[in-house]
Design a protein around this ligand. Structure first.
Ligand code: AMP
Length: 196
């Protein structure tokens, strides 16, 4: 069993077109609090990012926000968190979010969410960390991405072991239970001897 104290959640700074995404943010927040897991996230008050933080706080859970100076000054920083850490740069922010977390979950979001998810996934591929990574596919939002990832696998631009590092679920409780039972695979040989 893996001890999961804090989970980093990547998600939209928008609300999205339908209510399902906000409801999923609330459901994830409730599951985190039920399992006594703290939230680490981008520190903003806007979109479903703000929603997941508000719901964790409302239920008495802990929320640690990490925001770069430039975004905090645009007054989107959430000022009622358990703790808000302000970093000099976006790179420093993402590094700190990664260090403070025992696993990573992406909810629906836009390019900021994709960038964060793919970065943490590539770091796992390279063996820079061995923490679980999950995608919450809400109302089929990520169906096309998942299909594309199958294509990437079939075209041999990603290895099966790397693809398997990304767990896809639609229920936050199921995903968190997979995190708790997660055993990191041995370091992936992402370049074979013939490829070097
Ligand atoms: P997006 O998915 O493009 O809406 O971007 C959301 C992701 O990028 C979040 O997980 C944040 O960490 C980061 N992000 C984007 N915009 C902001 C913002 N205004 N304030 C804080 N973080 C943001």
């Amino acid at each position: 069993m893996t001890v999961i104290k804090n989970i980093c959640v990547y998600c939209g700074s928008s609300f999205g077109r339908v209510d399902d995404y906000g409801q999923a943010a609330n459901a994830l927040a409730q599951a985190l609090v039920r399992k006594n897991i703290g939230l680490v996230y981008g520190g903003a008050s806007i979109g479903i990012m703000g929603k997941v933080a508000d719901e964790v706080l409302a239920l008495g859970g802990e929320v640690l926000g990490v925001i770069p100076k430039a975004l905090a000054h645009k007054e989107v920083a959430h000022h009622h968190l358990t703790q808000l850490r302000v970093t000099e740069s976006m790179h420093e922010r993402k590094m700190l979010m990664a260090e403070l977390s025992d696993g990573f979950i992406a909810l629906p979001g836009g390019i900021g969410t994709f960038e964060e998810l793919f970065e943490i996934w590539t770091w796992a591929q390279l063996g820079f960390h061995h923490k679980p990574i999950g995608l919450l596919n809400i109302s089929g939002y990520y169906d096309h991405l998942i299909q594309f990832l199958d294509h990437v696998l079939a075209e041999q631009f990603v290895k099966q072991e790397t693809r398997d590092l990304l767990m896809v679920e639609s229920d936050p409780d199921v995903l968190l239970d997979r995190f708790i039972n997660y055993q990191a695979p041995p370091v992936i040989e992402w370049l074979s001897k013939e490829e070097i």
